[in-house]
Design a protein around this ligand. Structure first.
Ligand SMILES: [Zn+2]
Length: 192
């Protein structure tokens, strides 16, 4: 009975942590309903080590906290030293944060979606079940993220990378990686 209760609590905690980390909890610490003026920095369309995809005009869907954007750019600079193939960044947040359908998350300017790497290096989509998917390159990129920011969370459903402790499973994440650096999690997400 006690054992059953313990495992029930464990499951509950796991779900709570996941829900918290995937949706982000607070976009404006003072008033969650109000836009956060700090979510104001747009990722450039491209830069050293990175490109963007599915970008709306003027990058209105690629806005984050200054430290989130700085992290992606720093990651790009480091990645360029070890790879000729840039990584590809998709949705981040909208200016001021808040609702960003169809995402549950991406409300706090702290998270970015990225494409997995392809063996042909093309700036195109792929997924873990596609022959074009390049696990080794994707692993290498995850390892770099963890080296720069050991507390970073990467949601991505490659079971091998999950086994290696690089990524975590989250529904729907077979065709993109969801990155949340820890550098930005303290200021808005209240310790999640
Ligand atoms: Zn995402």
């Amino acid at each position: 009975m006690l054992l059953a209760l313990r495992s029930y609590q464990k499951v509950q905690n796991w779900h709570q942590a996941d829900a918290c980390c995937s949706t982000g909890s607070v976009r404006n610490a003072a008033d969650p309903k109000k836009p956060n003026p700090n979510i104001n920095t747009t990722l450039p369309e491209s830069g050293p080590g990175f490109r963007t995809y599915n970008r709306e005009e003027n990058g209105v869907d690629q806005v984050g906290l200054p430290e989130t954007i700085a992290f992606i750019q720093r990651l790009g600079g480091e990645w360029e030293k070890e790879s000729d193939i840039p990584f590809q960044v998709g949705d981040i947040s909208r200016a001021g944060g808040g609702s960003f359908p169809p995402h549950e998350a991406h409300q706090n300017g702290t998270e970015a979606d990225l494409r997995p790497f392809r063996k042909d290096g093309a700036m195109e989509p792929t997924n873990i079940n596609d022959a074009s998917y390049d696990r080794d390159k994707t692993r290498q990129w995850c390892q770099l993220v963890k080296r720069i920011d050991p507390g970073a969370t990467i949601l991505f459903n490659d079971s091998q990378l999950i086994k290696e402790g690089l990524t975590r499973f989250y529904k729907g994440h077979h065709n993109h990686l969801h990155l949340r650096p820890s550098l930005t999690s303290d200021s808005l997400d209240q310790g999640c």
